[in-house]
Design a protein. Structure first.
Length: 228
């Protein structure tokens, strides 16, 4: 009798032990699946953000007479509107450096750094300002209250406008392929082609960057500064 009870107890122990092992395997599999799923969702959200362009403006077809930016005698004048605390725009500035190196003598560039009303002195002089200031042929300027951005009807940081010697718009758009991504892109290719041959397959591209003027842009840039 006692032997029978012992064998019965041993049997139930094996059953319960096997059940626990199976339960733990199920828990670990479920945990691993959830972890992988969370990573995939995060990557999908990041990919969507990086590849979502900003709002495109409708720039004037002719150089605005009210602009305080002076066009030069070079065949082309380039304008880039910049939010000084937009991390995406660093790639645009680096791409501009390549364009300037290829367009020596044919291109003058003006980078207009937004300074909203009510911000403290020097708010616009970020590390992006410092980087842009080192590029030969580039003039860095403060855009007080977004006046120039309004004249050129730009809404997104990194918006590039290229005007010819007659003040006619020949290109409008961005010069990166995604938010914060450097490398070959349609905007850079179009401007380079215009500088070389005055022709390009495309005269307009989407812009990847932060919003220039709305309140959310200011709040996002402040959170980015605090995070750093």
């Amino acid at each position: 009798m006692s032997s029978s009870i012992k064998e019965s107890g041993s049997f139930y122990q094996r059953v319960f032990s096997g059940t626990r092992r199976k339960a733990w395997r199920c828990v670990l599999i479920a945990f691993g699946f959830t972890w992988v799923l969370m990573i995939l969702v995060g990557l999908w959200v990041l990919w969507g953000y990086e590849n979502t362009p900003g709002q495109g403006g409708t720039p004037p077809l002719n150089w605005p007479a009210a602009s305080r930016v002076q066009r030069h005698s070079n065949p082309f004048t380039l304008i880039m509107l910049v939010h000084p605390h937009c991390p995406c725009t660093r790639a645009s500035i680096n791409e501009l450096a390549l364009i300037m190196a290829r367009g020596q003598g044919r291109l003058t560039a003006h980078l207009l750094f937004l300074k909203p009303d009510g911000t403290e002195p020097g708010w616009e002089r970020s590390d992006l300002w410092e980087s842009a200031s080192t590029i030969p042929g580039v003039e860095v300027m403060t855009d007080e209250g977004g006046a120039e951005a309004h004249l050129f009807n730009a809404a997104t940081s990194g918006q590039v406008l290229l005007y010819d010697a007659g003040g006619r718009l020949v290109f409008s758009g961005g010069i990166t392929g995604a938010r914060g991504h450097e490398g070959d892109n349609a905007g850079r290719d179009a401007i380079t082609s215009l500088l070389i041959s005055s022709e390009a397959e495309r005269t307009e591209t989407v812009v990847f960057g932060c919003s220039l003027l709305d309140e959310n842009c200011k709040q996002e840039s402040e959170r980015h500064d605090h995070a750093r």
